[in-house]
Write a protein that binds this ligand. Structure first.
Ligand SMILES: Cc1cc2nc3c(=O)[nH]c(=O)nc-3n(C[C@H](O)[C@H](O)[C@H](O)COP(=O)(O)OP(=O)(O)OC[C@H]3O[C@@H](n4cnc5c(N)ncnc54)[C@H](O)[C@@H]3O)c2cc1C
Length: 292
């Protein structure tokens, strides 16, 4: 099927893009890598009157630690995240996710900003950003504002960006000593979307107690889920206690709300969440102990 007709603009600056969007009102869509939007256009599930292509705007593609954050430009390709040494060495949960998003063709074009802005509960980056306590920078006619990842995913395909805002940067709290993370995903075949996925981020104190815990879940609810009860319960506990890890995983699964579909029943997916959280937590703790 062919998309319905639309106008196309390719601004050379952020301010030009924002003016274009603000002047046009509703009916405008930003396009980045097109890996989610183009299929929607072709199925006519989206019929914008104007596409604003942000690929020629400078300053939206970077990965760097500065100040209190790891800053990832919204236009950074998933493949660039995958190849980034700083992410592989210091933010391994992001690296894990970048390796399992689609196939190399999708990763070469798809952007991190598009992955979270799309609001698809089956996308992998949202859960990681929830576990890491990230925040997102939205830029619009009134300037910049930051939105916590925990407040960003409102409903399926609905995020907290206003229609005239562009996501410009993702900010992840800068890694502290003895912090580790992991993202695991069960897929039916290579390059598939997740049956379920789990991101865990943990900071251990010198006595191996969990000082900070973050959990994000993929494909088991209307949005990516931050498992807040499980996070709170695990804080102050010691990972060595097998029973504690089992309870932490059980609580995480309890916070999921998967639907039964071709990938499995709701009960099966909850069981998968429990197993993935337990394994991701164990791996995150190993990485935290090895991190300086
Ligand atoms: C074959 C295939 C397999 C895939 N497998 C996976 C997978 O396993 N895991 C996974 O997570 N994803 C998967 N995807 C989905 C896709 O890779 C991601 O959603 C991708 O990262 C989207 O980024 P994009 O830059 O292509 O976004 P686009 O398609 O350009 O845009 C997606 C949405 O986000 C909005 N948007 C994009 N950038 C911005 C911005 N900076 N500010 C405001 N709004 C913005 C657009 O308006 C649109 O609504 C797959 C896609 C394909 C085609």
């Amino acid at each position: 099927m062919l998309p319905s007709s639309f106008e196309y603009a390719s601004p050379r600056s952020l301010s030009e893009a924002i003016d274009l969007i603000a002047n046009r009102g509703e009916g405008v869509r930003v396009i980045a890598g097109g890996q989610s939007l183009i299929p929607l256009l072709k199925l006519r599930l989206a019929s914008p009157s104007l596409l604003v292509d942000i690929n020629r705007i400078p300053g939206l593609n970077h990965v760097a630690e500065s100040g209190d954050f790891l800053r990832i430009g919204a236009l950074t390709r998933i493949a660039e995240v995958e190849a980034s040494a700083i992410i592989r060495e210091r933010y391994p949960a992001i690296h894990d996710a970048s390796e399992v998003i689609g196939d190399p063709l999708v990763r070469n074009l798809g952007t991190v900003g598009g992955n979270v802005s799309h609001g698809d509960p089956n996308n992998d980056m949202p859960a990681v950003m929830l576990a890491l306590g990230a925040e997102f920078v939205a830029t619009g006619p009134a300037g910049e504002r930051t939105i916590k990842a925990g407040d960003f995913f409102l409903d399926t395909f609905t995020v907290a960006l206003k229609h005239d805002e562009i996501l410009t940067e993702l900010r992840v709290p800068r890694r502290r000593p003895r912090t580790g993370g992991c993202y695991l995903k069960l897929e039916q075949k290579v390059a598939d979307f997740a049956t379920a996925g789990a991101a865990v981020q943990v900071r251990l104190d010198k006595g191996d107690e969990c000082e900070e815990v973050g959990v994000g879940l993929t494909a088991v609810g209307p949005t990516a889920i931050k498992a807040r009860k499980a996070e709170g319960w695990m804080r102050g506990k010691t990972p060595g206690e097998g029973a504690a890890v089992r309870e932490f995983a059980r609580l995480s699964a309890e916070e999921s709300d998967p639907s039964t579909d071709l990938r499995g029943t709701s009960d099966y997916k909850k069981e998968v969440v429990s197993v993935l959280v337990s394994r991701a937590f164990t791996r995150a703790c190993e990485r935290a102990r090895g991190a300086t």
